[in-house]
Write a protein that binds this ligand. Structure first.
Ligand code: SF4
Length: 464
C-alpha cells in the first residue's frame, strides 16, 4: 500500500481537527508523521494543542516507567476536559500494544487503542469509533471503545506523508522491531521481531522525498545494524546489508546527507565503518549504546559484547573515521550493579570520550527478564550514580565541543532558534547543533560556518 500525503496548513471550520502528541523515540515521531499524513488525506485538519482539537491521539512510549506515568496523567487531564467538551481520545503506540483494553477499563473516556502494528489503519479505526459512538456532543466519560493491537503478517510500509513546512530533514524506517531481547527492554515484545524493508521500496520512497525538497535522511531501525534483505540481483539472490543500502542511497540525486540510528555495537562491522568513511553523503556520527561498562552487567543485560569489545570498536571507528562523533545510551542501577561496576561504566565513558549521552536510571519493565532479577539498587543510589554520570558527560561534551573552536564546518540550516528567532540553527555532519546569525533565505541550505563559541550542548558560529 502506498500513500503520498501532503499535510495541509488550511483548516476549514467544518473539518474535524486532530492533535497528535508524541512521546518517546524517533520511531514514534515517524509513526506520528504517518498517522498525520493519513488523517489529513482523510480530511482532518492538524492542530498543535488539545484546546483546538476534536480528536487527541497520544502516541506513547513504554521504554521507561516514567514515560508511561506521563501518559496516564495526560489521560486523566484529557478525561477531565472531556467532561465539558466532546473529544475523541485515542492511545496509540507502545503503551497501547502493552496495555490493550486495560487502558479503556482504567479510562472509559478513551475510545481508541491502536497498537504498534496498526497505526497505518488509523483512518479506518477512527471511522469505526465514529460509527460506534454516533452522537457527537455527548460528553459522558463512558464511550464505546475500539481496540486494535493485532500483528499483521506484512510490514505496514508505504511512502512517508510529506509535510511541506520548510523542513529539509526527514526520517524513514528501513526496518521495524528487534530480535536482540536485551533483558531490560520491552521493544521486542511490543514492536515484534526484526523485519527489514526491501531496498527498492526504500530507494523509491527516498527518490520521492527528494522530489518534495527533502535533503537529509535519517534512516531508522531499533537495531539498524541488523538490517538485512534478500534481493534478486543479476538473476542471483544476494543478502543486502546496511552498508550496501547506504551506498545505494548515497547515489540518489538530491540526497545531501544520510544518517542512521540505532547501531548495536555487535553489528558495526569494518565494512560499515568503511562505508561511513568512504560515502560522501553519510554523516560522521554513530549512536552506539554502551549501556554499561561492566562485563558482568553487560552479560546480565544480554547485550552480546564486552567492555573490551566496545572499547576496541570505538577506537577502530575513530581510526577509520577521524571526524567521527560517538554518542551513547547508559543505564545506571541495573539490578545488582555494585559501586565498582558503576565505576567501570565511568571508566569506559572517560576512555571513549562520548560527544553526548542519553543517561537513565534503570526502570523495571514488567514482562522482561530483568524484571525478575533480585538485588534491586535503591533509588537514592541510582539517583546519585546518575548525577555523577551526568556531571562527567557534561565535562566531556564541553571538551569535545571546544575542539571545534576556530574550525570551519559544514552546517545544514534547519530553521530559526525558538527563543531567539533572529538567529539561525543548523547541524554539523557530526550532529552538533550550531547557532549563528544569517538570512532566513538560507534555511534548507548547506553553508560553511566558523565556530566561535562552544558550550556543553551547542556550538556558536559565524557564517563564512
Ligand atoms: S537492541 Fe536491545 S535495547 Fe535495543 S531495542 Fe533491541 S532489545 Fe531493546
Amino acid at each position: 500500500m502506498k500513500r503520498v500525503n501532503q499535510l495541509s496548513n488550511q483548516s476549514s471550520e467544518c473539518r474535524l481537527k486532530v492533535y497528535i502528541r508524541t512521546f518517546g523515540c524517533q520511531m514514534n515521531e515517524y509513526d506520528s508523521e504517518i498517522m498525520a499524513g493519513i488523517l489529513t488525506d482523510d480530511g482532518y485538519g492538524l492542530v498543535d494543542d488539545t484546546s483546538k482539537a476534536d480528536v487527541v491521539l497520544l502516541n506513547t512510549c513504554s521504554v521507561r516507567e516514567h514515560a508511561e506515568d506521563k501518559v496516564w496523567s495526560e489521560l486523566g487531564r484529557l478525561s477531565k476536559i472531556r467532561e465539558n467538551k466532546p473529544l475523541t481520545i485515542g492511545v496509540c503506540g507502545c503503551m497501547a500494544q502493552k496495555e490493550g483494553a486495560k487502558i479503556i477499563r482504567r479510562f472509559p473516556s478513551v475510545s481508541l487503542v491502536c497498537g504498534t502494528h496498526n497505526f497505518h489503519q488509523i483512518g479506518e479505526l477512527l471511522n469505526e469509533v465514529k460509527t460506534a459512538n454516533p452522537v457527537r456532543g455527548k460528553t459522558s466519560n463512558r464511550v464505546k471503545g475500539i481496540v486494535n493491537i493485532g500483528e499483521s503478517e506484512k510490514l505496514p510500509f508505504f511512502r512517508l506523508p510529506v509535510r511541506k513546512d520548510g523542513r529539509v530533514s526527514t526520517s524513514l524506517a528501513i526496518m521495524r522491531g528487534c530480535s536482540k531481547f536485551c533483558s531490560y527492554c520491552v521493544v521486542p515484545y511490543l514492536r515484534g521481531k526484526e523485519k527489514s524493508r526491501g531496498p527498492e521500496e526504500i530507494i523509491d520512497e527516498i527518490v520521492h522525498l527528494t522530489e518534495q525538497g527533502f535533503k537529509e535522511f535519517l534512516l531508522l531501525g531499533q537495531d539498524i545494524t541488523s538490517y538485512k534483505y534478500k534481493s534478486k540481483m543479476s538473476n542471483e539472490w544476494k543478502d543486502i546489508d546496511l552498508s550496501y543500502l547506504l551506498k545505494e542511497v548515497n547515489s540518489i540525486d538530491g540526497v545531501e546527507r544520510i544518517r542512521f540510528i540505532t547501531s548495536h555495537p555487535s553489528g558495526v562491522t569494518s565494512r560499515l565503518l568503511k562505508a561511513v568513511s568512504d560515502l560522501p553523503k553519510v554523516c560522521e556520527h554513530l549512536h552506539l549504546p554502551l549501556q554499561s561498562g561492566s562485563d558482568r552487567i553487560l552479560k546480565l543485560m544480554n547485550r552480546g559484547y564486552t567492555r573490551d569489545f566496545y572499547l576496541n570498536l570505538a577506537s577502530k571507528a575513530r581510526e577509520i573515521i577521524p571526524e567521527l562523533s560517538i554518542t551513547t545510551d547508559l543505564i545506571v542501577g541495573f539490578p545488582g550493579e555494585s559501586e565498582a561496576e558503576f565505576e567501570d561504566t565511568l571508566d569506559v565513558m572517560r576512555k571513549v570520550g562520548f560527544d553526548n549521552a542519553f543517561m537513565y536510571k534503570y526502570s523495571i519493565r514488567p514482562g522482561t527478564k530483568a524484571a525478575g532479577m533480585k538485588n534491586e539498587v535503591p533509588e537514592n543510589i541510582k539517583k546519585e550514580r546518575l548525577r555523577r554520570l551526568q556531571e562527567i558527560q557534561r565535562e566531556m561534551s564541553l571538551k569535545r565541543n571546544e575542539n571545534f573552536l576556530g574550525r570551519r564546518v559544514e552546517v545544514l540550516v534547519d530553521g530559526t532558534k525558538k527563543k531567539a528567532p533572529s538567529k539561525l540553527l543548523g547541524r554539523t555532519r557530526t550532529n552538533k547543533v550550531v547557532t549563528f546569525k544569517g538570512e532566513k533565505g538560507i534555511i534548507g541550505k548547506l553553508v560553511d560556518v566558523t565556530i566561535t563559541g562552544a558550550c556543553q550542548w551547542t556550538l556558536q558560529g559565524k557564517i563564512n
